[in-house]
Ligand binder design. Structure first.
Ligand code: Y43
Ligand code: MG
Length: 198
């Protein structure tokens, strides 16, 4: 079976990539399969810089094609926060529960129509000896006032999708991937990398 290395240690992302690549005949390996590998410091100021950092570190180390995902939640009423710092919004230990609480606290009193937000995903593909390539995807939604649903990961329980009238955490993995920032970025990747992905 063909293998693809996804340079992430995030369990939620890993599950989504497994489902996305399975129909293409790929076995997904992630950094969760290499717990001894040190985490790459995300020193970039943009999703693109961080995605490239993560992809190149993994492809250099393992000498294989690696795909990294840098993503986050941008909330209009918070001037785009938590943005690139989404994972560590409530502290460096990366706690989804605390991050959600902080968002809801900072949006207290903000009316529904002003709770617009989007998820962003940049994927970087690094092949040893070749120039790293990036694609992006976004998903528009609204921030709820309480958690709804227990699927997905990260900020999914407070991210409301108007068209489906539910949060991302109330969807199946397939439903989420069909509309998500990650799913859209991967669709673009399939177009630019047909030889590798198909
Ligand atoms: O579909 C999503 N549904 C909900 N939340 C999401 C999603 N996509 C990204 N997010 C949030 C989670 C985390 O707070 C941040 C990503 O941070 P980000 O640095 O890219 O990932 P990470 O540090 O968890 O794992 P890694 O760098 O090993 O891939 O945005
Ligand atoms: Mg990270």
């Amino acid at each position: 079976m063909k293998k693809v290395l996804i340079a992430t240690a995030n369990k939620g992302k890993a599950k989504e990539f497994e489902s996305l690549f399975a129909p293409l005949g790929f076995e997904v390996t992630t950094l969760l399969d290499y717990p001894e590998m040190e985490e790459v410091e995300e020193t970039g100021e943009t999703f693109k810089e961080n995605a490239i950092l993560k992809a190149e570190a993994a492809s250099n180390q393992f000498k294989v094609m690696a795909i990294a995902d840098d993503s986050g939640l941008l909330i209009d009423a918070l001037n785009g926060d938590p943005g690139v710092y989404s994972a560590r919004y409530a502290g460096k230990e990366k706690n989804d529960e605390e991050n959600i609480k902080k968002v809801l606290r900072n949006l207290q009193g903000i009316p529904a129509e002003k709770r617009t937000a989007r998820f962003h995903c940049t994927l970087a593909v690094s092949v040893p000896g070749e120039k790293t390539l990036t694609v992006t995807g976004e998903c528009e939604g609204m921030i709820t006032t309480e958690k709804l649903g227990d699927g997905g990961f990260g900020y999914d329980p407070i991210f409301w999708i108007e068209d489906q009238s539910c949060t991302l955490a109330q969807m199946t993995r397939e439903e989420k991937s069909a509309i998500s920032h990650r799913g859209k970025a991967l669709e673009k990747l399939k177009e630019v990398l047909p030889k590798i992905i198909n």
